[in-house]
Design a protein around this ligand. Structure first.
Ligand code: DX5
Ligand code: ZN
Length: 215
């Protein structure tokens, strides 16, 4: 299993030790949640923080944009150090164009679905993208309860990827712990995002390893 710890649950007043913990961990990425107060009912942080994190973090940055009109920020997201740029399908009027812009900027392109958005809407973009991020909570906040129908959506997406000969990885975000992570692994997920389960622990390295070990 690939693991992407979510920075949202780290200690913002003292990020360096948390970033060094991530560097020393088995984590594959660092997940970065950008919120604009319009697409989601919360505001997190923007470019200066991502740039500062990039200077310390040795893991590739998996940036999840919970913002309207994400196509306006492709260059800045790339320049701030993103490896993957995830945009919400619900926020993109011209998703095909946005995915191409992300690739032209040299990043991996991810498309994200809210819990109530059906997997079938991905049919005409699935062969263009590197990753699909399925939200297993309504985006905007950490530490929410996992929505069970995500398991069915992961299975449906796995089958769509197969029939479309797509290379897309399946990432899932929200309410993930060892228990929900195991169910997601069995359903066919490739990458687990996890915030509070990892950072609200006295042994975050062990929690990352426990998610890594899921299959
Ligand atoms: C929610 C964010 C998540 C969040 C996950 O809008 O996209 O990445 O940090 O946090 P947990 O793992 O605590 O549900
Ligand atoms: Zn996220």
């Amino acid at each position: 299993m690939l693991v992407s710890p979510s920075l949202l649950a780290a200690d913002f007043a003292n990020l360096k030790p948390d970033l060094e913990m991530i560097n020393n961990s088995d984590a594959d990425y660092l997940h970065i949640d950008v919120m604009d107060g319009v697409f989601v009912p919360n505001i997190s942080f923007g470019f200066p923080l991502i740039e500062a994190v990039k200077k310390v973090c040795q893991k590739p940055l998996d940036v999840h944009l919970m913002i309207v009109e994400p196509q306006k920020w492709v260059t800045q997201i790339r320049d701030s150090g993103a490896y993957i740029m995830n945009v919400h399908l619900e926020a993109c009027l011209h998703l095909d164009r946005t995915v191409h812009l992300i690739h032209e900027a040299g990043m991996k392109a991810g498309v994200t679905l809210n819990p109530a958005t059906p997997v079938s809407l991905l049919e005409d973009i699935i062969d263009q993208v590197d990753l699909i991020l399925l939200m297993s909570v309504n985006p905007g906040f950490g530490a929410q309860r996992f929505i069970d129908n995500t398991l069915r959506k992961v299975k449906e997406l796995r089958s769509l990827i197969k029939t479309s000969n797509s290379r897309a990885l399946i990432e899932v975000d929200g309410g993930i712990n060892e228990y929900t992570g195991k169910l997601l692994a069995q359903a066919g997920a490739d990458i687990l995002v996890s915030g509070s389960f990892i950072f609200n622990s006295s042994n975050p390295l062990e929690r990352i390893s426990s998610l890594k070990a899921l299959s």
